[in-house]
Design a protein. Sequence first.
Length: 215
Amino acid sequence: MLLLRPDPFSVLMGKRNEGLVFGANHWVFPGGRIDDADHTAVAGLSDDPLAAARHAALREAREEAAIALDVANSLHALVPLARWIAPAGTSRRFDTWFFLGEAPAGAVPEADGSEIIEVAFVEPTAMLLALEREEVELLPPTVLNLRWLAAAGTAAAAFEQATARTAPLVEPEHFRRDGEAYIRIDASAGYDIHEYHMPRRKTPTRSNPQSATPP
C-alpha cells in the first residue's frame, strides 16, 4: 500500500531486514502475502474481488509500521493503482496489487523491528534522488510507482488520477543490452518510462532517505 500524507506530500516506506531472502535492505511500501485470514475477515463484508487484497494491505501497514486504519472505513477507500506480475521464469513470480491509501492525521509509524527495521514518510522525489546517489536500494516496481507519485505532485492529484483510470496490468519483460539488465513495460501502463535499467546491487552508504530531501 502506498499510504500518502498530503503535507508535506510523502509516502510511507520501510527498509527490509538485511537477513531476508527477498528484498534484503530494500526500501518498500508496506505489504505482503494475502493470507487465509484476510479472506475470512472480508467474508460477508464485501463482494469486491479485491477485498482480501485490500484487507491484507491494511493489515500489513499495521503489522509492519504500526499504522492502524479502520477496516470498515478504509477497505473500499483504497484506490487500485496497478497490478504487477513478475515475468515467467523468475525465481519468485509475484502477483502484486498496489493501492493508494490516505494516512491517518498525525500517524507516527514504528517499524516492527523484525521484517522492517526502519520506517518513515518520505517524499517520492527525495527517495528517487537517494537512489541516484546509491544511498538506498529499491525494486523496479517501487521505483516506477515512486516516479508516478512524483509526477502527480500531490496526494490529491495522485488519488484523482488513479481513480479516473482502470488500474493497469503490468507484466515486465526482462532483457539485456550491452551486458546490462533492463526491464521493459508496455506504454499503456501509464508510467513515464518504458525501459528501466536495473542497477547493480551495492551496499547503501546511508539508510535514511529523509536526509536526501531537496530544499
